[in-house]
Design a protein around this ligand. Structure first.
Ligand code: HAM
Length: 429
């Protein structure tokens, strides 16, 4: 036992769980290729202003959840990224990628940091997989992003998901609506909770998706955003929905869905899972054409994307029993050293086997033969190769199949040829 524990809100992923992570990552990467998204990696930290400008100064993320610090005295503040969209847009603009190819489809599997109160499904370091489609935000582009996300869930076998979708209109629609909403909420100001009071001035739309039942009662009678939408937003939304219905994707229109990041306009969406308890949002996203303007681009860049929390995905999959209890794959061969004085020669043999592409283990703790065989079985090694004085003198080595217990003697080349053949057969299954 060490004196140290992992920092609260951060967790270790051990090899048995790694198998599950790899499975999800493999499905995400395979489908990303099918949908034409290429992988991008951006730095773990960015200048703090990037997130202030993009996510929005009034949001919870920027207001209280960022890990920010100043590495150089008097220098610019930097922040551990709390999400990926801003960094991806920054990277694309910085490299002027859209000049070379006007539509960029990028995906990521990345670590993020938010200073939230840790609880089940909510951590301070967490991971997301997500996709950003830059250069197009037509209804088909937005629908493609949502269809890709839902396809990942389907391929992982998840059920019981709820896709809620809304349109936030354009910035003019929202400006008119914000005024109307403030006028409605002003007489109820004294009944608003602290978070809603903060939002009243800066972004009253966020009061709409408050989880506090008293706030929900108050907003039940509020003017509706969809009554303030222009024709353009309504038509755009209907087209997105038609694409989704056409592809057999179930959704619920939720006029109160706003989301906690400021960069969205027009379509926004969220997926929840009934398996997740209080932190039930599995993923979300939307369209964000004006983000580029916030970052100093001379014009808007049509864009849409989504991100899904990997830890929450794992919890939901575990609850639905979607991970088969697999016996971990053991090495092809365990080199059993019969007398300690022959360890170095056996070590050379292990190296030869590995260079021939055969997964090999040798007991580095130099235990007794009995303990080595116990270890070989525990690791599910397929075979044991015995190396001792007689074997080294004759160049002939007994190889025991640990599944059938049959044993045969081979030259080292014979051992290599046999194990390579076995590996090839296994690989082709
Ligand atoms: P978000 O809704 O802030 O969106 O995060 C997406 C997902 O990340 C959440 O639904 C949740 O599953 C997971 N998540 C967020 N915070 C935590 C946390 N503290 N612990 C564990 N999981 C968490 C975004 O981040 C946007 N960038 C999505 C997007 C991409 N919009 C357009 N493109």
């Amino acid at each position: 036992m060490s004196h140290y524990q992992a920092v609260k809100g951060a967790r270790d992923v051990f090899p048995d769980e790694m198998v599950q992570w790899k499975h999800i990552e493999e499905v995400v990467s395979r489908l990303a290729a099918i949908y034409g998204f290429s992988e991008i990696r951006t730095p773990v930290f960015e200048y703090t202003e990037l997130f202030q400008r993009s996510i929005g100064a009034s949001t919870d993320i920027v207001g209280k959840e960022m890990f920010s610090f100043q590495p150089d005295p008097g220098g610019r503040s930097i922040t551990l990224r709390p999400e990926m969209t801003a960094g991806v847009m920054r990277a694309v603009l910085q490299k002027n990628l859209l000049a070379a190819s006007p539509v960029q489809k990028l995906y990521y599997i990345s670590e993020l940091f938010r200073k939230e109160r840790p609880q089940a499904g909510r951590q301070r370091q967490f991971s997301q997989f997500g996709a950003e489609l830059l250069g197009a935000s037509s209804p088909a582009a937005v629908a493609e992003v949502i269809i890709f996300m839902m396809h990942v869930f389907e391929s992982l076998g998840l059920s019981g998901l709820r896709l809620r979708i809304n349109t936030l209109g354009n910035s003019l629609d929202r400006k008119k609506y914000r005024e109307a909403l403030r006028a409605y909420l002003a007489p109820c100001y004294s009944r608003l909770d602290e978070a809603s009071r903060e939002r009243f001035e800066k972004n009253p739309l966020r009061i709409l998706d408050s989880k506090n039942p008293e706030m929900q009662d108050i907003v039940a009678g509020a003017p509706k955003l969809h009554d303030y939408l222009g024709r353009e937003a309504v038509d755009d939304f209907e087209k997105v929905l038609a694409y989704l219905s056409g592809r057999g994707i179930d959704f619920q229109i939720d006029h109160l869905l706003v989301r906690g990041l400021d960069y969205y306009s027009y379509t926004a969406f969220e997926v929840t899972s009934s398996e997740l308890g209080a932190q039930d949002a599995l993923g979300g996203g939307g369209r964000y054409d004006s983000l580029a303007l916030e970052l100093g681009s001379p014009s808007e860049v049509p864009a849409a994307g989504f991100a899904v929390g990997m830890e929450r995905l794992l919890i939901a999959m575990q609850k639905q029993g979607l991970f088969l209890q697999q016996t971990p794959e053991g090495p092809s061969v365990f080199v059993v050293v019969q007398q300690p004085e022959h360890f170095d020669r056996a070590f050379e043999i292990a190296d030869k086997l590995r260079r021939a592409g055969i997964s090999t283990v040798i007991d580095l703790a130099r235990r007794s033969m009995k303990a080595q065989l116990r270890e070989a079985n525990r690791m599910h090694a397929a075979s044991a190769l015995f190396v001792g004085g007689d074997e080294l003198a004759s160049g002939l080595y007994p190889l025991k199949n640990l599944v059938t217990s049959s044993q045969e003697t081979f030259s080292l080349d014979g051992v290599i040829a046999l194990l390579q053949r076995q590996a090839a057969v296994k690989g082709s299954l």
